[in-house]
Design a binder for this molecule. Structure first.
Ligand SMILES: [Zn+2]
Length: 481
């Protein structure tokens, strides 16, 4: 390439991908790759949802795309004034969520998570000696009152960091939906048959050198297309059309859920403004606990969505998850957790924190949580928020809610106010809907408000009188009989 001398070494790094294309049907039959490419694919599962929203919002070879409602949620945090959060670090955390498997990802040939893994120590020598706490945020306030401004330090002992996710020597076959299998002749023959190919003359072999920019292309396609490799190789422009926007509200949760009675005390109360004619949630109003809950999604690694089986439109990510069983992987990827300190104290979802044991000069480092101990969340309360169906979160006053309603131009007699209590099931359903659709509240809460409203207005045209009540304190939730 001309002008190559000005390129940084990083841009030149690439990994090899070989593909077999069905010439007549213009489809990829399968791809073949070694460890370095498969590790890059599997690393998608380690990316926090907020990081994905940030990565896909930039142009690569493919235009910027939206990661469904997660993208609007991420944008809301970026736009949120710092005064609504407890401190500057709270905002930084949500905009640049930590990757609990960064140690793995930094060994990858192509690592797209550019979040800086810098570590800072407290400036107070006595505190360093006694507490050995560190922060990933420069100049964040330490619990001792001084600042984390010593460093960045290089963590010299990352305990037991394996070299990537799959075995060095292995070779792999990757299906168009990103399902990865060990490379056996019978697997390729099986895939050829499945594509109705009897004569290899009808196929074409291509070898590609994949760059970092193209990994971002693949990430975008893996979220939006059911045939990401075909769309990537053949540079299909209409990949958005072949994604399936139909949301399956049914959730099959792979884990045992905490029982509702245990969790009842943590439930959040949300007031929904629903359109009666089509049961569409126009917006919701809630307090800071619900804002914290939604924002906490941004720190979840993509891999946690595996507990919500059948991700419909994220089918290629489903393919990647299922590969872990096929490849018999038994590493941290199988039960991904949140980066330490990113957990909400009142998190209702059964998603845990990853254990990281970083050492500096032989001493175990303690993670400093910038969130205030008492609240354990990011958002400074008391605060009333308005949340759109697409998860745009904004702090509001009651007047804002009325003017927002005006903008929507919905006949007032078509409006219905509902109060719903968000527990584990509702919460997981919103999480699933937010990563697979742009109507996170409508789709996520449909099973809970559709036929059996938690509380509807007593008279059908009383909606208007209820509108100016958004500055109210937590309303009472009527229990379903
Ligand atoms: Zn300190």
């Amino acid at each position: 390439m001309a002008g190559g001398a000005t390129q940084s070494a990083e841009q030149v790094v690439n990994v090899t991908l070989r593909v077999l294309v069905d010439k007549a049907r213009k489809k990829v039959v399968y791809a073949e790759a070694e460890k370095d490419f498969v590790d890059v694919l599997l690393s998608f599962l380690t990316l926090p949802l907020g990081t994905i929203a940030r990565l896909v919002s930039k142009e690569s070879n493919i235009e910027a795309v939206k990661f469904n409602s997660i993208s609007s949620l991420y944008q809301s945090v970026s736009d949120l004034k710092e005064e609504y959060l407890w401190n500057k670090a709270c905002k930084e955390m949500l905009i640049k969520p930590g990757n609990s498997m960064e140690a793995y990802c930094h060994q990858l040939k192509l690592n797209i998570d550019e979040t800086e893994p810098l570590q800072y120590l407290c400036e107070y020598p006595f505190c360093r000696l006694v507490r050995n706490s560190w922060s990933i945020f420069y100049k964040q306030k330490c619990k001792c009152g001084m600042l984390f401004n010593s460093g960045p330090v290089v963590i010299d002992d990352m305990t037991c960091v394996p070299d990537g996710f799959v075995k060095e020597t292995a070779s792999f076959i990757i299906r168009d939906d990103l399902y990865v299998m060990p490379n056996h002749l019978r697997t390729s023959v099986c895939l050829l048959k499945k594509h109705g190919i009897n004569d290899l003359a009808n196929t074409e072999k291509k070898t590609l050198l994949i760059t970092k920019k193209e990994v971002v292309d693949l990430l975008k396609l893996s979220l939006l297309s059911k045939t990401p490799i075909t769309d990537f190789i053949l540079k299909n422009k209409n990949f958005l059309c072949n994604s399936n926007p139909k949301f399956q509200s049914k959730i099959r949760i792979g884990k045992d859920l905490p029982s509702d009675s245990d969790e009842a005390k943590k439930n959040m109360v949300v007031i929904l403004m629903v359109r009666k004619s089509n049961t569409k949630v126009l917006f919701a109003t809630a307090e800071e606990d619900f804002a914290d809950f939604l924002f906490s999604f941004l720190a979840f690694p993509l891999g946690v969505l595996q507990m919500l089986e059948g991700l419909s439109s994220l089918s290629s990510i489903d393919g990647l998850y299922r590969s872990m069983t096929e490849l018999n992987l038994k590493n941290k990827l199988c039960s991904p957790g949140i980066f330490p300190t990113f957990q909400l104290r009142n998190q209702i979802l059964p998603i845990g924190t990853s254990e990281l044991s970083y050492k500096l000069n032989g001493k175990l480092l303690n993670y400093d949580d910038p969130k205030p101990t008492l609240s354990g969340g990011y958002v400074r309360g008391p605060l009333t928020i308005l949340v759109t169906d697409d998860l745009v979160v904004t702090p509001i006053s009651s007047i804002d809610a009325v003017s927002y309603l005006e903008k929507l131009k919905v006949p007032l007699d078509d409006l219905k106010e509902m109060v719903i209590s968000i527990g584990v099931k509702e919460g997981l359903s919103i999480l699933k809907a937010s990563s697979t659709t742009t109507c996170a509240l409508t789709n996520g809460l449909k099973p809970y408000i559709g036929s059996k409203p938690v509380r509807a207005n007593s008279t059908s045209n009383a909606a208007l009188t209820d509108i100016p009540s958004y500055n109210l304190k937590k309303p009472k939730v009527e229990n379903e009989a």
